[in-house]
Design a protein around this ligand. Sequence first.
Ligand code: MG
Length: 255
Amino acid sequence: MIELRTPTEIEQMRPAGRFVADVLVRLAEAADVGVNLLELDALAHEMIRGRGAESCYIDYHPSFGAMPFGKVLCTSVNDAVLHGLPHDYRLRDGDLLSLDFAASVDGWVSDSAISLVVGTPDQQDLDLIDTASRALDAGIAAAQAGGRIGDISAAIAAVAHGEGLSINTDFGGHGVGRTMHGDPHVPNNGRAGRGYPLKPGLVIAIEPWFLQTTDKLYTDADGWTLRSGDGSRGAHMEHTIAITPDGPVVLTARD
Ligand code: MG
Protein backbone atom coordinates (compact mmCIF):
# COMPACT_ATOMS: atom_id res chain seq x y z
CA MET A 1 0.00 0.00 0.00
CA ILE A 2 1.26 3.45 -0.89
CA GLU A 3 0.75 6.13 1.76
CA LEU A 4 0.83 9.85 1.12
CA ARG A 5 1.94 12.28 3.85
CA THR A 6 0.37 15.60 4.66
CA PRO A 7 2.56 18.73 4.66
CA THR A 8 2.46 18.59 8.48
CA GLU A 9 3.67 14.98 8.46
CA ILE A 10 6.48 15.86 6.05
CA GLU A 11 7.58 18.56 8.52
CA GLN A 12 7.47 15.91 11.27
CA MET A 13 9.79 13.73 9.16
CA ARG A 14 12.50 16.40 8.99
CA PRO A 15 14.21 15.60 12.34
CA ALA A 16 14.79 12.00 11.27
CA GLY A 17 16.28 13.19 7.98
CA ARG A 18 18.50 15.70 9.77
CA PHE A 19 19.67 13.04 12.22
CA VAL A 20 20.49 10.48 9.52
CA ALA A 21 22.42 13.16 7.61
CA ASP A 22 24.36 14.16 10.74
CA VAL A 23 25.30 10.55 11.47
CA LEU A 24 26.62 10.01 7.93
CA VAL A 25 28.69 13.22 8.11
CA ARG A 26 30.20 12.09 11.41
CA LEU A 27 30.90 8.57 10.10
CA ALA A 28 32.50 9.90 6.92
CA GLU A 29 34.80 12.06 9.05
CA ALA A 30 35.65 9.09 11.26
CA ALA A 31 36.29 6.63 8.43
CA ASP A 32 40.05 6.53 7.99
CA VAL A 33 42.89 4.11 7.38
CA GLY A 34 43.11 1.74 10.36
CA VAL A 35 39.58 2.38 11.64
CA ASN A 36 37.61 -0.81 12.28
CA LEU A 37 34.14 -1.23 10.73
CA LEU A 38 32.90 -2.26 14.18
CA GLU A 39 34.07 1.12 15.53
CA LEU A 40 31.98 2.91 12.89
CA ASP A 41 28.94 0.81 13.86
CA ALA A 42 29.58 1.60 17.54
CA LEU A 43 29.79 5.32 16.77
CA ALA A 44 26.46 5.19 14.93
CA HIS A 45 24.95 3.24 17.82
CA GLU A 46 26.20 5.83 20.31
CA MET A 47 24.61 8.62 18.24
CA ILE A 48 21.31 6.69 18.10
CA ARG A 49 21.28 6.36 21.88
CA GLY A 50 22.28 10.02 22.33
CA ARG A 51 19.41 11.17 20.13
CA GLY A 52 16.81 8.77 21.55
CA ALA A 53 16.38 7.43 18.02
CA GLU A 54 15.67 3.84 16.96
CA SER A 55 17.72 1.74 14.59
CA CYS A 56 15.90 0.37 11.55
CA TYR A 57 18.55 -2.30 11.04
CA ILE A 58 19.35 -4.02 14.30
CA ASP A 59 16.26 -6.27 14.38
CA TYR A 60 15.79 -6.28 10.60
CA HIS A 61 15.11 -9.83 9.44
CA PRO A 62 13.56 -10.05 5.97
CA SER A 63 13.06 -13.30 4.10
CA PHE A 64 16.42 -12.95 2.32
CA GLY A 65 18.39 -12.39 5.55
CA ALA A 66 19.96 -15.37 7.25
CA MET A 67 19.38 -13.87 10.74
CA PRO A 68 18.49 -10.50 12.30
CA PHE A 69 21.03 -7.93 11.08
CA GLY A 70 22.30 -7.18 14.59
CA LYS A 71 24.12 -3.91 13.70
CA VAL A 72 22.88 -0.35 13.14
CA LEU A 73 24.92 0.47 10.02
CA CYS A 74 25.73 -1.10 6.66
CA THR A 75 29.43 -0.96 5.81
CA SER A 76 30.22 -2.23 2.32
CA VAL A 77 33.90 -2.26 1.31
CA ASN A 78 35.30 -2.51 -2.24
CA ASP A 79 33.52 -5.38 -4.06
CA ALA A 80 30.74 -5.24 -1.44
CA VAL A 81 28.06 -2.69 -2.36
CA LEU A 82 24.87 -3.30 -0.38
CA HIS A 83 23.87 -4.63 3.06
CA GLY A 84 27.49 -4.86 4.22
CA LEU A 85 27.45 -6.41 7.69
CA PRO A 86 30.02 -4.62 9.89
CA HIS A 87 32.73 -7.06 10.94
CA ASP A 88 36.21 -7.02 12.45
CA TYR A 89 38.03 -5.30 9.58
CA ARG A 90 40.38 -2.31 9.69
CA LEU A 91 40.04 0.03 6.71
CA ARG A 92 43.05 0.09 4.39
CA ASP A 93 44.49 2.83 2.20
CA GLY A 94 42.39 3.13 -0.95
CA ASP A 95 39.33 1.20 0.28
CA LEU A 96 36.03 2.22 -1.32
CA LEU A 97 33.53 2.35 1.56
CA SER A 98 29.75 2.64 1.27
CA LEU A 99 27.83 3.58 4.41
CA ASP A 100 24.06 3.04 4.49
CA PHE A 101 22.15 4.24 7.54
CA ALA A 102 18.47 4.38 8.47
CA ALA A 103 16.91 5.38 11.75
CA SER A 104 13.59 6.41 13.20
CA VAL A 105 13.15 9.68 15.13
CA ASP A 106 9.76 10.60 16.65
CA GLY A 107 8.28 7.60 14.84
CA TRP A 108 9.41 8.61 11.34
CA VAL A 109 12.16 6.91 9.33
CA SER A 110 14.84 8.37 7.09
CA ASP A 111 17.33 6.39 5.00
CA SER A 112 20.50 7.60 3.29
CA ALA A 113 23.80 6.28 1.95
CA ILE A 114 27.15 7.64 0.83
CA SER A 115 30.28 6.18 -0.73
CA LEU A 116 33.79 7.47 -0.15
CA VAL A 117 37.42 6.45 -0.51
CA VAL A 118 39.58 6.03 2.57
CA GLY A 119 43.13 7.35 2.20
CA THR A 120 44.62 7.58 -1.30
CA PRO A 121 41.89 7.36 -3.93
CA ASP A 122 42.03 5.48 -7.22
CA GLN A 123 40.59 7.62 -10.04
CA GLN A 124 38.31 4.80 -11.20
CA ASP A 125 36.73 4.64 -7.74
CA LEU A 126 36.20 8.39 -7.66
CA ASP A 127 34.59 8.20 -11.10
CA LEU A 128 32.22 5.43 -9.99
CA ILE A 129 31.19 7.42 -6.91
CA ASP A 130 30.72 10.51 -9.08
CA THR A 131 28.47 8.56 -11.45
CA ALA A 132 26.32 7.28 -8.57
CA SER A 133 26.15 10.80 -7.16
CA ARG A 134 25.10 12.33 -10.50
CA ALA A 135 22.54 9.55 -10.96
CA LEU A 136 21.08 10.37 -7.56
CA ASP A 137 20.90 14.07 -8.44
CA ALA A 138 19.22 13.22 -11.75
CA GLY A 139 16.73 10.92 -10.03
CA ILE A 140 15.86 13.61 -7.49
CA ALA A 141 15.47 16.23 -10.23
CA ALA A 142 13.02 13.92 -11.99
CA ALA A 143 10.93 13.43 -8.84
CA GLN A 144 8.33 16.02 -9.77
CA ALA A 145 4.65 15.96 -8.88
CA GLY A 146 2.66 14.97 -11.95
CA GLY A 147 5.37 12.61 -13.14
CA ARG A 148 5.76 8.90 -12.63
CA ILE A 149 8.19 6.59 -10.82
CA GLY A 150 9.58 5.60 -14.24
CA ASP A 151 10.78 9.19 -14.74
CA ILE A 152 13.12 8.74 -11.77
CA SER A 153 14.25 5.30 -12.94
CA ALA A 154 14.92 6.53 -16.48
CA ALA A 155 16.89 9.56 -15.24
CA ILE A 156 19.12 7.34 -13.08
CA ALA A 157 19.63 4.83 -15.89
CA ALA A 158 20.56 7.54 -18.40
CA VAL A 159 23.48 8.59 -16.22
CA ALA A 160 24.67 5.01 -15.70
CA HIS A 161 24.32 4.06 -19.34
CA GLY A 162 26.20 7.22 -20.30
CA GLU A 163 29.16 5.74 -18.42
CA GLY A 164 28.69 2.29 -19.95
CA LEU A 165 27.49 0.74 -16.68
CA SER A 166 24.96 -2.06 -16.53
CA ILE A 167 22.17 -1.86 -13.96
CA ASN A 168 20.80 -4.40 -11.51
CA THR A 169 17.12 -3.78 -10.71
CA ASP A 170 16.77 -6.38 -7.93
CA PHE A 171 17.49 -3.75 -5.28
CA GLY A 172 16.50 -0.10 -5.54
CA GLY A 173 14.62 2.70 -3.88
CA HIS A 174 11.44 2.34 -1.86
CA GLY A 175 8.71 4.13 0.04
CA VAL A 176 9.76 5.46 3.47
CA GLY A 177 7.48 6.34 6.36
CA ARG A 178 6.79 4.79 9.75
CA THR A 179 8.93 1.86 8.59
CA MET A 180 12.04 1.68 6.40
CA HIS A 181 10.67 -0.19 3.39
CA GLY A 182 7.30 0.49 1.82
CA ASP A 183 5.73 0.76 -1.60
CA PRO A 184 6.43 1.84 -4.23
CA HIS A 185 9.62 0.18 -5.44
CA VAL A 186 11.86 2.73 -7.21
CA PRO A 187 14.01 0.74 -9.66
CA ASN A 188 17.29 2.16 -10.95
CA ASN A 189 16.23 1.46 -14.53
CA GLY A 190 12.88 1.92 -16.23
CA ARG A 191 10.84 3.88 -18.72
CA ALA A 192 9.79 7.49 -18.28
CA GLY A 193 6.04 7.99 -18.04
CA ARG A 194 5.46 4.51 -16.57
CA GLY A 195 4.68 3.33 -13.07
CA TYR A 196 3.03 4.83 -10.01
CA PRO A 197 2.17 8.56 -10.28
CA LEU A 198 4.35 10.95 -8.29
CA LYS A 199 1.81 12.64 -6.06
CA PRO A 200 2.49 15.35 -3.47
CA GLY A 201 3.07 13.64 -0.13
CA LEU A 202 4.88 10.62 -1.54
CA VAL A 203 8.08 10.02 0.47
CA ILE A 204 10.65 7.72 -1.10
CA ALA A 205 14.28 6.73 -0.86
CA ILE A 206 16.11 7.04 -4.19
CA GLU A 207 19.27 4.93 -4.20
CA PRO A 208 21.37 4.34 -7.31
CA TRP A 209 24.16 1.82 -6.85
CA PHE A 210 26.48 0.52 -9.53
CA LEU A 211 29.32 -1.94 -10.00
CA GLN A 212 32.26 -1.18 -12.27
CA THR A 213 31.99 -4.09 -14.71
CA THR A 214 28.96 -6.24 -13.86
CA ASP A 215 25.36 -6.13 -12.65
CA LYS A 216 25.61 -9.51 -10.90
CA LEU A 217 25.66 -9.89 -7.13
CA TYR A 218 26.26 -12.74 -4.77
CA THR A 219 25.67 -13.02 -1.04
CA ASP A 220 28.73 -13.29 1.19
CA ALA A 221 29.06 -16.18 3.64
CA ASP A 222 27.93 -13.78 6.40
CA GLY A 223 24.40 -14.13 4.96
CA TRP A 224 23.98 -10.40 4.33
CA THR A 225 26.74 -8.59 2.47
CA LEU A 226 26.11 -8.36 -1.28
CA ARG A 227 29.28 -8.47 -3.40
CA SER A 228 29.88 -8.06 -7.10
CA GLY A 229 30.00 -11.25 -9.10
CA ASP A 230 33.32 -10.37 -10.73
CA GLY A 231 35.20 -8.68 -7.88
CA SER A 232 34.78 -5.18 -9.32
CA ARG A 233 33.97 -2.38 -6.93
CA GLY A 234 30.62 -0.76 -6.18
CA ALA A 235 29.30 2.66 -5.16
CA HIS A 236 25.94 3.59 -3.61
CA MET A 237 24.32 6.96 -2.97
CA GLU A 238 20.90 7.46 -1.38
CA HIS A 239 18.61 10.19 -0.13
CA THR A 240 15.10 10.18 1.31
CA ILE A 241 12.95 12.75 -0.46
CA ALA A 242 9.39 14.08 -0.29
CA ILE A 243 7.40 14.97 -3.41
CA THR A 244 5.77 18.38 -2.96
CA PRO A 245 3.91 20.74 -5.29
CA ASP A 246 7.04 22.92 -5.19
CA GLY A 247 9.40 20.12 -6.18
CA PRO A 248 11.33 17.41 -4.35
CA VAL A 249 12.49 18.11 -0.78
CA VAL A 250 15.64 16.22 0.23
CA LEU A 251 14.99 15.23 3.84
CA THR A 252 18.48 13.76 4.33
CA ALA A 253 20.41 16.71 2.82
CA ARG A 254 23.86 17.02 4.45
CA ASP A 255 24.43 20.78 4.12
MG1 MG B 1 19.48 2.90 2.84
